[in-house]
Write a protein that binds this ligand. Structure first.
Ligand SMILES: N[C@@H](CCC(=O)N[C@@H](CS)C(=O)NCC(=O)O)C(=O)O
Length: 206
């Protein structure tokens, strides 16, 4: 039987969220690194040319990251990653952490543009969003379940590590409790196996 392929790369925080979710529920995904900057096989599966993209055993594509996480919940018998909740609190927390990732990513992209094309206003707007998101996440920290680990906790952990990776660690002085929370979560094997500095996909069979 073919295994499901996850098209991803080492640094994508959205891809990391999917890998961590799969590892936490014992689901085997065959992770493959692809280059999003190049036209290629990724386009066949996802016209947006974005990662993560999951390719199922029957060749169907599933994206984006939150849709993949919802799909993973149909494949295991453990605690749901996104439990049904009439208030939609968990999907909203996922959206908050996704927004933090997106703002951090956009800021890094803006800073990569030639200096004369860079917009100080855009950077300031994104930094404001990052700062408000961190404050909001700090406020709901105690509500993020660690046992079982769910998709909101996983997305927050990946988002905070991404802020460290692409923006810096100054938030840790402003949110020391959240910083300690993150340090504890970062010790989990699923987080260690998916650090953005890794040079190869998570080994098949993990
Ligand atoms: N909403 C998407 C966002 C995915 C995304 O932005 N992926 C980035 C990598 S972190 C990407 O593929 N960037 C290449 C591009 O957009 O051209 C998700 O949650 O999966």
């Amino acid at each position: 039987m073919m295994t499901m392929r996850l098209l991803n790369d080492a640094t994508s925080p959205f891809g990391r969220k999917v890998m961590v979710a799969a590892l936490e529920r014992g689901l085997k995904l065959h992770e493959e690194f692809v280059n999003v900057a190049e036209p290629g096989a990724l386009d066949t599966h996802n016209p947006l040319r974005q990662i993560p993209t999951l390719v199922t055993e029957t060749g169907d594509a599933v994206y984006d990251s939150s849709v993949i996480v919802g799909f993973l919940d149909t494949l295991h018998g453990g605690e749901p990653l996104i439990p049904h909740d009439p208030t939609h609190r968990i999907p909203t927390r996922i959206a908050l952490a996704d927004g933090l990732i997106e703002a951090t990513l956009q800021r890094a992209m803006e800073l990569r543009r030639p200096e004369d094309l860079r917009s100080a206003a855009v950077i300031a707007r994104l930094e404001g969003r990052i700062s408000r998101a961190l404050i909001a996440i700090d406020r709901i920290r105690a509500e993020l379940s660690l046992d079982p680990l769910r998709a909101d906790t996983i997305t927050v952990a990946c988002a905070l590590d991404y802020v460290d990776f692409r923006y810096g660690r100054s938030w840790r002085d402003e949110q020391p409790n959240l910083s300690a929370w993150q340090d504890a979560l970062a010790k989990r094997p699923s987080m260690q196996m998916t650090v953005p500095t890794r040079t190869a996909p998570v080994p098949a069979g993990s």
